[in-house]
Design a protein around this ligand. Structure first.
Ligand code: G6P
Length: 605
């Protein structure tokens, strides 16, 4: 997870690297470092903590030169210290790295025998020294030889002091692209880092080396053959990756949900029905499967839980949802009539990518739901459905979830029709309701001030419960994740009927409970479960449809949502849960867009 930026051009590299790192900081923010080459003289600056620490250091001691690289770190091997900050290496060879070198201990032994010594506790320094060890004057030969000996995941940008204005970039299981400017070129973990300078880029394939100079970007394979590939163009602009007057990216992204939903759903509706031809899916694609396996991590996995509920209900097809890191190591039972759906905002999550590869290796059909175009998962899946949410910068995922579930709903409609559980008329009516979710989310956003005021009693909570039944339980999981990740309040999501089997012992006088009651059919059962908590002193915040009768002895606070079909309630309800998390975290003075210990894109196992 770490962010990488490289620059070779005619301008001073330092400000460009710092600017790129600022945009990549969401990938990790334990430390930051840059290296600038002044005609082969390497100058570095590294600081633990936020990028602002590095900025201050560079202001005091400016680094001059027109070629360089920068790194923002999410610590794996070695704590978040100055010494462990990247770049690492020797006088001849320096590099920045995103990934994990798995055989670093054996490489370390070898290098110690050769007389190398190390300044950090990182696996990256070992890789850099190993590259130095392999270097006999030809950078490509050295990279090729070093990669033969290195095991693990990596995206490297490498500089050799005797090739002063050249960056070498190579990757395996970590994202990296090379971007084309005018008399200047770039390397970056993702395109947000360079979008201010250019919208044209090349995605590096695994085992491909990019040689980046101010004049050109050459791509060569590990076999030495020159590669030529299509230049990709970013369709969004720099404004979309900025806060746009909002205090935080998270709030901006919550508010972008209606547009994101429209952009994702509308192009896939023809004559009032879902149509997948624009995504290149064969006509009868969904009719081929009798089982669905959804695999994802974090918020994307929670979206999968909603997908399961909707698909099973509408299409009567068995759906399993797995956490990618569990799926890949549990030898899953997968029949050949199973469609594996990988859901990922970034398209780079290491465990989700590995799950995709496992499914492919078993010969199964794979479909990816991904937000970032050209990402590894999007490229490797048999088919990809892009969500058009635009860049999501805040570590806490919001709009990505809404668009992910919108596509899972559409898939459910198509499956239902293909399996004969839905008529054309029903499919049409469901599609129309899905299109109207954009408005339901706008209505939920209009409750923002009311939410901000009503969350005050939650701000000082030490722990808190989210309850729900059915689809509301899946929502509770996401609401709980959102709140705990950004506010640091310990939260648990519980299936409301399960609480009494143990967890209710944690409810004492004043324990806050957020109860999701959006499913009219389950409301009486929910009310009984809520009463079980109020009887033990819980203070309950209910989210329910307007007009439902919730008496004052059940709830301390009721947040009323516009009436809408039960099935589609997750769209407005998740918006409310996101706003609850946001306003609680803001009142607690938390660093909302960059919560501690987390990173947006997790490219390590
Ligand atoms: C990280 C992020 C989460 C995200 C998860 C999966 O943990 O902090 O917000 O849900 O990765 O990411 P993906 O890009 O695969 O959706």
């Amino acid at each position: 997870m770490c962010g990488i930026i490289g620059y070779s051009g005619h301008r001073e590299a330092c400000p460009i690297l710092l600017d790129g790192l600022e945009r990549l900081e969401y990938r990790g923010y334990d430390s930051a470092g840059i290296l600038v080459s002044d005609n082969g003289m390497f100058h570095t600056a590294k600081r633990s903590g936020r990028l602002s620490n590095l900025r201050r250091a560079v202001e005091e001691h400016p680094l001059r030169g027109c070629c360089g690289m920068g790194h923002t770190r999410w610590a794996t091997h070695g704590g978040p210290t100055d010494e462990n900050a990247h770049p690492h290496g020797t006088e001849r060879v320096m590099l920045v790295h995103n990934g994990i070198i798995e055989n670093y201990l054996s490489l370390r032994e070898l290098l110690l025998e050769q007389g190398y010594s190390f300044q950090s506790q990182t696996d990256t320094e070992i890789a850099a020294c190993y590259l130095d060890y392999c270097y006999h004057g030809d950078p490509i030969d050295a990279i090729r030889e070093a990669l033969n000996g290195i095991e693990g995941a990596y995206a490297f940008v490498i500089m050799f002091s005797d090739h002063p204005n050249t960056l070498y970039a190579v990757r395996k299981d970590g994202p990296l692209l090379a971007a084309l400017g005018n008399g200047e070129n770039f390397v970056a973990s993702d395109v947000t880092a360079v979008i201010r300078y250019t919208n044209r880029y090349l995605v590096l394939d695994e085992g491909e080396i990019a040689i980046v100079t101010p004049e050109r970007i050459r791509l060569i394979g590990l076999d030495g053959c020159e590669h030529h590939k299509e230049i990709q163009t970013v369709t969004w602009d720099v404004e979309q990756a900025q806060k746009d007057g909002y205090e935080h990216f998270m709030l901006k992204e919550i508010h972008e949900q209606p547009d994101a939903l429209r952009h994702t759903v509308s192009p896939r509706v023809k004559n009032g029905l879902p149509d997948w031809t624009g995504d290149g899916l064969p006509q009868d694609f969904f009719a081929r499967f009798n089982r669905i396996q959804i695999v994802a991590c974090g918020t994307a996995m929670h979206a999968g839980m909603i997908g399961k509920s909707v698909m099973e209900k509408l299409a009567r097809i068995p759906v399993e949802v797995d956490i990618a890191s569990e799926f890949r190591y549990r030898d899953p039972i997968l029949t050949e009539d199973t469609l594996v759906i990988i859901v990922s905002q970034s398209g780079e999550t290491a465990d989700s990518l590995a799950a995709l590869r496992l499914a492919k290796a078993r010969g199964l059909a794979t479909l990816a739901i991904v937000n970032v175009a050209g990402s590894s998962i999007a490229r490797e899946a048999d088919y990809v459905l892009y969500t058009f949410a635009g860049p999501e910068i805040s570590v806490a995922s919001t709009k990505a979830y809404s668009v992910q579930i919108s596509l899972l709903y559409m898939i459910a409609f198509t499956l239902g029709r293909a399996r004969g559980t839905l008529s054309e008329e029903q499919e049409r009516s469901l599609t129309a309701q899905l299109l109207s979710c954009e408005k339901a989310v706008r209505d939920a956003l209009a409750l923002q001030d009311q939410i901000e005021a009503s969350v005050r009693p939650l701000v000082d909570a030490e722990h808190l419960f989210f309850l729900g039944r059915g689809i509301d339980y899946a929502l509770a999981c996401e609401g709980s994740l959102k709140l705990k990740e950004i506010s640091y309040i310990h939260c648990e999501a519980y299936a409301a009927g399960e609480l009494k089997h143990g967890t209710i012992s944690l409810i004492t006088e004043g324990t806050p409970v957020i109860a999701l009651c959006t499913q009219t059919a389950l409301l009486p059962k929910m009310l009984s479960n809520i009463k079980e908590t109020t009887a033990r002193g819980a203070s309950v915040f209910v989210i329910a449809k307007q007009g439902e009768t919730i008496s004052g002895d059940v709830a301390d606070t009721v947040l009323p949502l516009q009436d809408f079909d039960d099935l589609f309630m997750p769209f407005p309800a998740v918006t409310v849960l996101q706003l609850i998390a946001y306003f609680v975290a803001r009142a607690r003075g938390c660093d909302i867009d960059k919560p501690r210990n987390l990173a947006k894109s997790v490219t390590v196992e």
